[in-house]
Design a protein around this ligand. Structure first.
Ligand code: ADP
Ligand code: ZN
Ligand code: ZN
Length: 755
């Protein structure tokens, strides 16, 4: 206790707390002193009237707060850091880059159980064995205690002991074991779970495929960089064998005693990919996705950090999983929009993964048939190594693509007669057909024939979608639901009719038109329930003639070898999107969906219905392919200074009173402009502000939405301006703080979706 007073007076704890405030909080050390404290442990601290669990970030000797008003941390939850150093550093970078609170960033990164202060469980298992191996059954086991006798006999045959789960599977209950334990006949040893160091096992279940020359070259190129940071873009057409390349890279990683982190867009949609990993590898794999409950997530995290799993596969949030021995990161379908979180901490898992790879000094592979323009740009600038797979791995040939003019055509449930003829042709050859439309439900609008009234969501600027199974109107933006009215909400006549077609209506039409061919609909509504989607995939894989109708869910990594015709019904909505990424997304979608055609030995055909068959950009995509298409878009972005040639951030405001959001952003704009002028950041090479403008969807869930775009040709000035603005909103400017209190605001760095 001698130096207690001294310690207390000279050391302060910087603690990250789960509050939106973008700062750390200073505390005095707990009464027990600071000897046992290191960054990454959890502390319970007083915060106003509440107690919060925070993470110790640093111990310092300085504080800006008068020490007399500082409080003591109350309770130390961990002896060892639960957040490893590199994860802590990663989260600090993430919080800084996205202008987000460090405490909330940490909350996003770690499992709920840890956030709530649960103890980190020892990972042990119970081994039971005889206390001493007697030749005869000991006398204190009664001859008629059959269960105890049986257990004793069993353990006598296994003098090294048996693990509890094994004993249970052999019919020995815990009661029997504890009865024997009380008699002193058996003992229980707590063993640590084995890590990959001690697990005597081979890495592979099955032999790898023999790589084709292209694949072999790619693998060799990446392995050459295996001991250091390097970002690779693996651009391979659909079916070119990217997954096989991943598998073999991972095999090398495991052999080198290291772990691989694999990010994929959506687990439920790609069971096949996951299955291939499990079939190939004998080492433990953990899978991290949104379907896990808290304790499963916690277990997965511990297996990764304790080196009990060799491969960690997961969706977006898995990017934060700490690894004991990082060796390789793979981002499959790197262009996929689901890697960007769209609320709270609006991070890009791909970009964070690249930071992680640099931090751990390991290679990272971004795989895609249709890389994002950002990634292509980075590859051109030689920040990434660009590797390609141009041939389909098996026998399959690339499909032919046709733009089908539907101008002036009468469509039936969205299908032209030419398309219907093609469907018949393919079905007659006993093949399968895939119809793609990115709109679920029966029809997107319920309209009045008399007066033009449309059934709208009361809370959003959006039409209600008609659903038939079950029948109701549904807002796809806020989940509002109501029965389908019989009469018009304005003129009260009974002349309401559905306009446009969604998956349900197309399904109905196809069933009637192509009876008895089965129609399989795949969208979020038809696949509720865990096993439903698997069952639908199974049906498709039977290979019988069938028509598949589906949304985006069908565009992702599936192999349907019998599908030879793919039709895209509404390409035009992408041509005229208000979002500057609309065309990029359309090109990716067409290329991805087209990749579903003819993946077996049969040749494939792709039909794109459009009112603009002469569109130069569509034609360049169809005739010259994704690379040329992407180059054209890049040239346009460069002219306009849009990403990847400029950097953007978006302030979003949601308010209950329409004008309050605009007021706040106008004030903010004023302040930022003064700041820019003062710091000579206001020229064309500096920072430009656009807005405030109402968001493309001006009202959602009863909130009015405004936004202001901040852009700059360089990253640094953009971040300087945003950091300034955030500081003003959080306390720097009292007027703003007062306005901000009445509404919700957030900042989105590198926004993907301008809605
Ligand atoms: P991608 O991930 O690029 O779409 P996949 O890795 O799924 O492509 O490969 C497409 C198909 O080709 C799969 O059925 C796969 O098993 C097969 N394949 C991949 N590589 C080889 C190879 N070297 N030899 C034989 N078949 C291969
Ligand atoms: Zn009407
Ligand atoms: Zn709504």
């Amino acid at each position: 206790m001698g130096n207690y007073a001294k310690t207390e007076s000279t050391h302060y704890l910087q603690v990250a707390l789960p509050t939106p405030l973008r700062r750390v909080f200073d505390y005095l050390p707990p009464k027990s002193g600071i000897d046992a404290l290191s960054p990454g442990i959890r502390l319970k601290v007083p915060f106003g009237p509440r107690k919060l669990i925070g993470i110790l970030i640093a111990i310092t000797t300085k504080t800006d707060i008068p020490p007399s008003s500082l409080k003591h941390a109350e309770h130390v939850l961990d002896e060892q850091p639960i957040i490893p150093r590199d994860l802590l550093d990663l989260c600090r970078w993430v919080a800084h880059y996205y202008h987000h609170s460090l405490g909330e960033t940490l909350s996003t990164a770690i499992p709920v159980a840890l956030r709530q202060g649960k103890p980190v469980a020892q990972q042990t298992r119970k081994l039971w064995r005889l206390t001493y191996p007697a030749a005869e059954v000991p006398s204190n086991i009664a001859r008629n205690a059959k269960l105890q006798l049986a257990a004793w006999q069993l353990l006598k045959q296994h003098l090294k002991g048996l693990h509890e789960p094994m004993l249970k599977s052999l019919g020995v209950s815990s009661q029997t074991l504890s009865a024997l334990e009380k008699k002193g006949e058996v003992e229980c040893i707590l063993e640590e779970l084995p890590t990959l160091h001690t697990m005597p096992q081979s890495i592979l279940h099955e032999a790898p495929l023999t790589l084709n020359p292209e694949q072999a070259h790619v693998v060799q190129q990446i392995l050459q960089a295996a001991q250091q940071f390097q970002t690779f873009l693996l651009q391979g057409i659909t079916g070119s064998g990217k997954t096989e390349v991943y598998l073999q890279l991972i095999e090398h990683t495991l052999k080198a005693g290291r772990q691989a982190l694999v990010l994929i867009p959506e687990i439920g949609l790609t069971p096949q990919t996951l299955h291939r990993f499990e079939q190939r590898f004998a080492v433990p794999i953990v899978v991290i996705h949104s379907g896990l409950n808290d304790s499963e997530r916690f277990l997965a995290w511990q297996k990764a950090i304790d080196y009990r799993a060799g491969i960690i596969i997961g969706t977006r949030s898995a990017v934060f999983t700490p690894l004991a021995k990082p060796g390789l990161i793979i981002i499959d379908e790197e262009h996929d929009a689901s890697y960007k979180q769209q609320d709270s901490l609006r991070y890009s898992a791909r970009d964070i993964a690249i930071y992680r790879a640099r931090q751990a000094n390991i290679p990272i592979v971004l795989g895609s048939a249709t890389p994002s323009l950002e990634t292509i740009h980075n590859a051109k600038a030689h920040r990434y190594r660009h590797l390609r797979l141009n041939q389909r791995a098996g026998m399959a040939k690339p499909p032919s693509i046709e733009l089908l003019n539907i101008r002036g055509e009468t469509l039936q449930a969205g299908l032209s007669s030419a398309l219907q003829q093609k469907i018949t042709q393919h079905l007659e050859k006993d093949q399968q057909v895939l119809i793609f439309i990115n709109r679920r439900g029966y029809a997107p609008t319920l309209l009045c024939h008399e007066c033009g009234w449309a059934a709208d969501c009361p809370d959003c600027d959006a039409h209600l979608t008609i659903h038939r199974q079950p029948a109701h109107l549904h807002c796809h933006h806020c989940d509002y639901q109501q029965p389908i009215p019989e009469r018009c909400g304005r003129c009260n006549t009974a002349s309401l009719f559905p306009v446009g077609a969604g998956t349900e209506r197309i399904e109905d039409f196809l069933i009637g038109q192509f009876d008895p061919t089965p129609v399989i609909r795949i969208d979020r509504d038809s696949t509720r329930g865990k096993s439903r989607l698997q069952q639908l995939f199974k049906d498709i894989h039977q290979g019988e003639p069938a028509i598949l109708v589906g949304t985006q869910m069908l565009a992702k990594g599936h192999h349907f070898p019998k599908v030879t015709l793919v039709a895209i019904l509404d390409a035009d909505s992408g041509l005229f999107s208000s979002d500057f990424r609309g065309l990029e997304r359309l090109g990716q979608l067409i290329t991805q969906v087209a990749g579903r055609a003819g993946r077996g030995t049969l040749a494939g055909e792709v039909v794109i219905q459009t009112h603009h068959p002469e569109s130069p950009i569509l034609n360049s995509l169809v005739t010259e392919g994704y690379d040329t298409f992407a180059n054209t878009l890049l040239a346009e972005r460069e002219k306009l200074g849009l990403p990847p040639y400029g950097y953007i951030g978006l302030f979003r405001v949601e308010c209950k009173k329409h004008e309050e959001g605009e007021q706040l952003l106008l004030q903010l704009r004023e302040l930022i402009n003064q700041f820019l002028q003062h710091n000579n950041l206001n020229g064309p090479l500096g920072v430009t502000l656009l807005g405030p403008l109402p968001a493309p969807m001006e009202k959602r869930q009863n909130w009015y939405r405004w936004q202001m775009l901040v852009s700059s040709p360089a990253r640094q000035p953009l971040h300087t301006a945003i950091a300034f603005a955030v500081h003003q909103l959080e306390g720097g400017n009292q007027m703003l703080v007062k306005l901000a209190r009445k509404l919700r605001w957030s900042v989105d760095i590198d926004p993907q979706d301008m809605m």
